[in-house]
Write a protein that binds this ligand. Structure first.
Ligand SMILES: [Zn+2]
Ligand SMILES: [Zn+2]
Length: 653
């Protein structure tokens, strides 16, 4: 961690830190570098080195540190900033942090202009901007002068140096100390004054830290919402503990590394308090992460709101730096605008983007797995499956690697402004369908969870536990069930089971099969159903009723699904295959692709075309792919040719 190695922090811990808003303590190397520079400076002064030597020592070790961590961008940025501060302090004595930050940013941008679009570059300099532009001037106007007033508070002759209000504070302080010591036992009298001043000075330190983290929280909010989709209300409280702890851990850590290399025993001796402090930090962060309401996920804010926010922030910073500040009213108005913008981002009162009056199906690209979003004409939402982290042997998949629920499905839903889902459905409990749903239930307000057949599997148990924790209603859906939303008649064709029957393991043939009718269009979503389930569905429905214009191809395009008989009954115009590139199962099978081609089905694949988006008003289909849909032009032409027929058909009816 000290050498900028982020992999040291494991996923779960990182998530906890992110929830409580102290993630930047771990990742933004600025704090480490800053702590190192500060520690070196302090050591230099303690050793009574001259300013030149202190500066040289700090710069040398800083550059050595940058060399060790292989010049990762955030470390390099922070080191440059620290170097400019040290050099600036040497040449100009009183230096302005905001100017040094601007110089560092400028140098980096001249060297690499594209860095401006890099999110970690923006986060670093925004953090510095919040501290130097907002927090420090604010402190200067409030606590700072009283902190200075505490120095030599017994000395009456120094009162005149301070402004009248602060001088009065010193006089009050002395009389309070005198009054207190008059009332206390003899033994305590001597220390009363110092205890009072000590307590006051600690209170000011806590206040400073609170102002700092609140300014950071406020200023970073737009980028945290845009990049991490997270709002953390507990951040100022957690930082109150985390910042001093990190401040202790980092210098001890830097001391332990070289000491351990030179003298093992001494290194071990130092490592003990280091481990203890780190454990304490983790405990505090974990405790705060327990409160779900203090940290939640939101869609990224709209651009105009970000522009308004930063315009108000910039004006406020400028205002505070003016020698002759404008009226208090201006500051009041700017602060109100700033806070109103921040609240709007945190609440996100905007409606999701959707096409009114259309039924929409989006087959998301989640690699190997399934995740389908259905948006009904009136705005009801149904998410079927959530993809799943993929690894291990077929049949024994483990949850590892990138979680598509968190990395693909959630960002997609946020990008459209969704915060809640009416129903999340799980077709069957295989990892490539279930895995991502954990993140979905955590990130969104979900009203209901639909499950087909109950299975005794740890993954499903965990999902159901999470659903109960979050007060999500769990319902089991089976063949014969139906619902009608916004004019879309939907029915379940499978699974056929005795209601409370629990299967020992998840099977493709137990998949929830859903059919949606809207006007003259039908969409069939068979999950991973295979030959056997397809056969039974066919035998229970007459072939006429099976016709569907759009078919999500069963089981990622395996040759054991979408049998010739099934295909002959359904007669789809469009078949959509959801499969991962180079997946170990060889989905979709060339045999099936051939079968689809011979049946004249227009086949779209998420591994090749990206997410596939189907929109229908009940009479015609509009299909778009994330990358270009193959053969789009010719299909558009044939659709246009089709359209009059639709019209005629309707008139005949
Ligand atoms: Zn599957
Ligand atoms: Zn499956």
């Amino acid at each position: 961690m000290l050498l900028g190695d982020r992999s040291f922090v494991d996923r779960e811990e990182a998530a906890d830190f992110q929830k409580t808003g102290v993630f930047h303590v771990l990742v933004v190397a600025g704090l480490h570098v800053g702590a190192l520079a500060f520690a070196l400076y302090w050591v230099g002064r303690r050793l009574r080195l001259s300013r030149v030597w202190t500066m040289l020592l700090t710069l040398t070790i800083l550059s050595a540190y940058v060399a060790i961590v292989e010049q990762r961008a955030p470390v390099l940025r922070a080191a440059m900033m620290a170097a400019i501060v040290v050099l600036g302090g040497f040449f100009f004595r009183r230096l302005d942090l905001l100017n040094s930050a601007a110089v560092a940013a400028l140098i980096l941008l001249v060297a690499k202009p594209l860095a401006l679009r890099d999110s970690s570059f923006q986060l670093t300099f925004l953090a510095i901007g919040c501290i130097t532009g907002l927090a420090l001037p604010w402190l200067e106007k409030t606590a700072q002068r009283y902190v200075r007033a505490l120095q030599g508070w017994r000395d009456v002759t120094r009162d005149a140096v301070h402004e009248p209000l602060v001088a009065q504070f010193r006089i009050d302080l002395r009389s309070l100390a005198q009054w207190l010591s008059g009332r206390l036992p003899q033994r305590l009298r001597k220390v009363t004054g110092d205890a009072l001043v000590g307590g006051l000075s600690l209170t000011f330190r806590v206040w400073e830290l609170l102002v700092l983290t609140m300014a950071l929280q406020l200023g970073m909010l737009p980028l945290m919402a845009r990049d991490f989709h997270r709002i953390t209300l507990s951040a100022p409280m957690v930082n109150l503990a985390a910042v001093p702890l990190t401040g202790a851990i980092v210098p001890i850590g830097f001391l332990t590394l070289p000491t351990g290399l030179i003298l093992r025993a001494a290194g071990k001796l130092l490592a003990a308090p280091l481990a203890w402090l780190s454990e304490l930090l983790l405990h505090i962060v974990r405790w705060f992460a327990h409160f779900p309401r203090l940290s939640y996920r939101v869609p990224g804010p709209p651009l105009w709101l970000m522009v308004l926010f930063f315009a108000a922030a910039l004006l406020l910073v400028t205002e505070m730096r003016l020698k002759h500040p404008l009226r208090r009213a201006t500051i009041g108005v700017l602060s109100t605008v700033l806070i109103a913008c921040a609240l709007t981002m945190a609440i996100y009162p905007f409606a999701a983007t959707r096409t009114k009056g259309r039924l929409e199906l989006t087959v998301l690209d989640v690699g190997q797995g399934d995740s389908l979003l259905v948006v009904f004409p009136g705005g009801k939402t149904l998410l079927i499956d959530g993809g799943g982290a993929f690894g291990g042997f077929p049949g024994r998949e483990e949850r590892n690697g990138v979680d598509p629920g968190e990395e693909a499905v959630s960002p997609y839903l946020w990008s459209r402004g969704f915060q809640k889902l009416d129903v999340v459905a799980l077709t069957h409990a295989h990892q490539d369908h279930l895995g991502g749903l954990i993140a979905i239930l955590e990130n969104f307000r979900v009203a209901k969870l639909w499950i087909g057949r109950e299975v005794s599997s740890p993954a499903l148990t965990r999902l159901e536990e999470l659903a109960r924790e979050r007060k999500i209603i769990i319902e089991h859906e089976l063949r014969g069930g139906s619902f009608s939303w916004d004019g879309v008649d939907s029915d379940f064709l499978w699974p056929e089971i005795v209601h409370e029957e629990v299967s020992p393991s998840a099977k493709n043939d137990d998949s929830l099969v859903l059919r949606l009718h809207y006007g003259s269009e039908t969409i069939l979503l068979p999950g991973d159903a295979e030959k056997q389930a397809e056969g039974e569905i066919l035998s229970e429905n007459n072939p006429e009723a099976m016709r569907s214009n759009v078919l999500k191809i069963g089981h990622h395009g395996s040759k054991n699904s979408t049998t010739p008989e099934f295909l002959a009954a359904v007669q789809p115009h469009v078949g959509i295959i959801s499969a991962g590139e180079d997946n170990p199962y060889g989905h979709p099978s060339p045999e099936l692709l051939e079968r689809l081609k011979n049946a004249g089905v227009r086949t779209l694949r998420t591994d090749r075309d990206g997410a596939v988006h189907v929109l229908t008003d009940g009479t015609r289909l509009e299909i778009t792919c994330f990358f270009a849909c193959p053969g789009a032009a010719s299909v558009a032409a044939s659709m246009r040719a089709d359209a009059p027929n639709y019209q005629q058909d309707k008139e005949k009816k």
